[in-house]
Design a protein. Structure first.
Length: 173
């Protein structure tokens, strides 16, 4: 068995699992919740529905984070299967720097604010709606997503360019 290709498929599958959920789920699934009614009863119903949707979104984030782990394992596996010689390639070095400088910190906060903190808040406030603590966490996560998108999209584009074109950029180390 050629382990390099096995890990490459793992890496590509992880990329699809990692990028797919945030592109589809967040912008189409959660952004649909905009307050349109001044009716108190309608607002209570909206918060109950929003809580359920956010709970389901946490499950989608789990798929995203498993995908990120798979793509990292696939990357490490490809490096291992290639006896680490790929680390000498400048385009691989640049990809690794982008992963460490941009993706690691953003994923850390995404896991914390998008998955762990909301689950804790939902456990602490089992009511049907959205309590003050959960609202604060959800607002923080929404702000985080808005701030992270301008970093993620260019980084994704550069990563894909590096993977496909494999340019001879200056080596980093």
């Amino acid at each position: 068995m050629n382990w390099f290709w096995f890990f490459k498929l793992m890496h590509l599958g992880g990329i699809i699992m990692w990028i797919g959920p945030p592109l589809g789920a967040y912008w189409m699934y959660l952004r649909s919740f905009r307050r349109t009614s001044g009716n108190r009863q309608s607002n209570q119903l909206e918060t109950i529905v929003e809580r359920r949707v956010r709970g389901a979104f946490i499950g989608i984030l789990l798929v995203e984070h498993i995908g990120f782990a798979l793509l990292l394992l696939g990357m490490l596996g490809m490096l291992w299967a290639g006896d680490w010689v790929h680390l000498k390639l400048s385009w691989v070095q640049w990809k690794l720097c982008i992963v460490v400088a941009i993706f690691f910190p953003l994923e850390f906060f995404d896991i914390w604010w998008g998955q762990i903190a909301p689950q804790r808040a939902m456990r602490n406030d089992p009511g049907p709606g959205i309590g003050t603590e959960l609202r604060r966490i959800l607002n923080r996560y929404d702000l985080f997503v808005k701030i992270s998108i301008p970093f993620l999209i260019p980084a994704w584009i550069v990563i894909f360019y590096l993977a496909v074109a494999r340019p001879a950029w200056p080596p980093i180390w």
